[in-house]
Each structure stands twice: as structure tokens, then as C-alpha cells.
Design a protein around this ligand. Structure first.
Ligand SMILES: NC(=O)c1ccc[n+]([C@@H]2O[C@H](COP(=O)([O-])OP(=O)(O)OC[C@H]3O[C@@H](n4cnc5c(N)ncnc54)[C@H](O)[C@@H]3O)[C@@H](O)[C@H]2O)c1
Ligand SMILES: *[C@@H]1O[C@H](CO)[C@@H](O)[C@H](O)[C@H]1NC(C)=O
Length: 317
């Protein structure tokens, strides 16, 4: 495929993630065709995106080189699948996180697209070998797992099906880079991919420390936000170790490896997140931030504002 054929992306499903992906792709100058099987839903998404683009432009946070009006003009909406796929070189699926729904969507898409079109899923928790089990040519399939909200958090995990062609991974990597995301490659599929596996480890130990009455909910969150998180926005755990001993990583492990192993062997079992024991933890959290819509929305807005400022800081460094 020549690059002149690589101008149109189709986004399937126009919920939270579909809208955010669309904004990412138009910021890079791609035309985006949005399809949703709920009539009128894709048109609503375009209206909603227009509002967001204008707000971002106002706040000088609009991505890419085009104005909000120019970016908006790259969008079109469809209630029918076939015209939505016409001309696209890349399809990003963002429908409900249900295996049968995703399998059905890809089964419907495959006969409607050319043989070089890349089929990509946004799934969080389903491995590619399951999502694409009903596709004939699986060498063109992969998962491109975004982090919510992808417009402000750039990481995308690229996860291959066992049959995915190397060129498909490369083209997707290049596309993601071009639209300003930061893609990482998994070499093979695994439950939870990389991000959610690391996150699960953090969640489990945080939960156990609160459950075992070692620390409060408020303070374990501060351990992350004021401690570990300060560096993790810029350097990962590997570089952190490399920098924290005079002669780098090997030296670090000579000094601290035994201690880390001792701590790791003292970890408790997988917590029961929903049982009786979880009630007091949930209550403690809800005393800090009540779980009604109003309080949660206010905190979500604060989070997104802060993420935008952090994104700005990262761009300048
Ligand atoms: N929300 C997150 O934090 C997050 C983060 C990363 C990945 N994801 C993944 O992204 C995907 C979408 O999540 P979301 O939060 O946007 O969901 P959502 O419920 O907001 O949106 C789903 C959209 O898909 C549409 N849809 C459902 N079935 C369809 C079909 N057969 N054909 C076309 N459209 C269909 C729905 O009408 C809806 O508009 C999921 O796989 C999810 O796991 C979500
Ligand atoms: C399968 O997909 C790959 C990758 O897009 C493509 O190069 C190949 O031609 C396809 N094979 C068939 C039989 O369609």
C-alpha cells in the first residue's frame, strides 16, 4: 500500500474510547469515518467532538497542526458498516467489551475490506487470539490498547495475535507515532497485557496494606502520588533502579536485590476485593470522596485538568 492510500481510518463504536481515538487520528490529519450500530449515535459523537475540539483550542491544548474547524471537517458519521469502511486502510474497533460482540464485528468487517486493511481492537481485557478467532486472515489483526483518555495519555500497547505479520505491527507503530501517541510492542499476547498486569500488582499490595491495617486509604494513595508517581511520570522502574546505584542496574541489584526478594516473599495472597473485608476499605474511600455522581465528576474533571498540565510539561521536556 502506498502512503497516498493511507489517509482514512474507520472507527467502529462511538462511545468514550471511539470518540477519543477519532480525535487522536484527526489531530494527525487523517480522515476518520465513525460507525456505530445505534442509529444517530455516530452523529452525536461528532457533535460532542466539535465541542471538545473548540474547548481544547480555547485552552491552547488542541493537538496537531490543524485548527479545530479543520480537524472537525475530517470527520464523517455512518449508521451502515459498508460505506463506513470504504477507502480505509486502518480500522480501530471500540465497541462493548464483550467477546461475542467483538468477534461478530470483525466477522462482519472482514469481507467488506481489502486484503491489506489492518484490523485493530481497543480491547482492555481480551487477548487477540480470542477477539480475532472468527477472522480468516489473522495476520492483519492486532490489539491497540489505549489508556483512558487516549487524547491526554499517549501510551498504546500493541499486542499481536500469534499470526500477526511483522509489517502490520510496524505500520501500526508508525501510524500511532505519527498521530502523537507513544506505542509500545508486546512480543506476544498475555492476559492483562503489560499495563494492567503492573497495575494489578500495585492494586493488590495497596489493598493488602490497607486491609492489614498497616496504612490508611488516604496515605497509600499519597505513597503513589507524592512518592513513586513523581518519578514514574518521566522514568520507569527500570531506569529508576539504574539511576539509584553508583554503577547502575547490576550494582543496584547487588545492593538491594536480596531485600526486594525478601519483601516479595512476604506478600500476602490475592485479596478478595468484594467480600466482607472490603467494606471498611470502600467506606474509608467514600468518606474522602463520596461515590455520588457529582463528587466523582468533579474529581474526574480535576484529574483530566492535571493530566493536561502534565502532558504539557512532558512535551516541554
Ligand atoms: N473506558 C476505558 O477506560 C477504556 C480504556 C481502554 C480501552 N477500552 C476499551 O475500549 C472499548 C470501548 O469502550 P468504551 O468505554 O468506549 O465503551 P462505550 O460503552 O462508551 O462505547 C461503546 C460503543 O460501541 C457501540 N457499539 C456496541 N456494539 C456495536 C456494534 N456491534 N457495532 C458498532 N458499534 C457498537 C455502542 O453503541 C457504543 O457507542 C472496550 O473494548 C474497552 O475495553 C476502554
Ligand atoms: C492477509 O493479510 C496480510 C497482512 O495484511 C496480507 O499481506 C495478505 O495478503 C493477506 N492474505 C490474504 C490471503 O488475503
Amino acid at each position: 500500500m502506498s502512503s497516498s492510500d493511507m489517509k482514512i481510518v474507520t472507527v467502529i463504536g462511538s462511545g468514550l474510547i471511539g470518540r477519543s481515538w477519532s480525535m487522536v487520528f484527526i489531530s494527525g490529519g487523517y480522515s476518520v469515518k465513525i460507525y456505530d450500530n445505534q442509529p444517530g449515535q455516530a452523529a452525536n459523537a461528532i457533535k460532542e467532538i466539535r465541542k471538545q475540539l473548540e474547548e481544547l483550542e480555547e485552552a491552547h491544548m488542541l493537538k496537531g497542526e490543524l485548527s479545530a474547524t479543520q480537524q472537525h471537517a475530517l470527520l464523517s458519521c455512518y449508521d451502515d458498516l459498508a460505506p463506513a469502511l470504504e477507502g480505509a486502510f486502518f480500522v480501530q474497533e471500540c465497541v462493548f467489551e464483550k467477546l461475542e460482540v467483538k468477534q461478530g464485528v470483525f466477522q462482519d468487517i472482514e469481507p467488506l475490506v481489502g486484503k491489506d486493511v489492518i484490523l485493530s481492537s481497543s480491547t482492555t481485557a481480551l487477548v487477540p487470539s480470542r477477539v480475532f478467532s472468527k477472522v480468516q486472515n489473522r495476520s492483519r489483526c492486532l490489539v491497540s490498547h489505549p489508556v483512558n483518555p487516549p487524547y491526554h495519555v499517549k501510551l498504546v500497547e500493541l499486542v499481536p495475535h500469534p499470526e500477526t505479520a511483522a509489517a502490520v505491527m510496524d505500520t501500526t507503530h508508525a501510524l500511532m507515532t505519527k498521530v502523537g501517541q507513544v506505542p509500545v510492542r508486546l512480543k506476544k499476547e498475555i492476559d492483562g497485557f503489560a499495563l494492567n498486569r503492573v497495575q494489578a500488582a500495585v492494586i493488590a499490595e495497596s489493598w493488602r496494606l490497607v486491609q492489614d491495617d498497616i496504612i490508611s486509604v488516604k496515605d497509600i494513595d499519597l505513597v503513589m502520588s507524592e512518592g513513586l508517581g513523581m518519578r514514574y511520570a518521566f522514568i520507569g522502574p527500570m531506569e529508576t533502579m539504574h539511576l539509584n546505584a553508583p554503577e547502575g542496574l547490576e550494582d543496584y541489584m547487588k545492593r538491594y536485590g536480596e531485600g526486594i526478594k525478601r519483601i516479595l516473599t512476604s506478600f500476602g495472597p490475592v485479596p478478595d476485593f468484594c467480600g466482607e473485608g472490603s467494606k471498611s476499605i470502600v467506606n474509608e474511600m467514600c468518606e474522602l470522596i463520596p461515590s455520588d455522581r457529582q463528587h466523582l465528576t468533579a474529581r474526574i474533571e480535576r484529574r483530566d485538568q492535571l493530566l493536561m498540565s502534565l502532558a504539557k510539561l512532558k512535551k516541554d521536556n
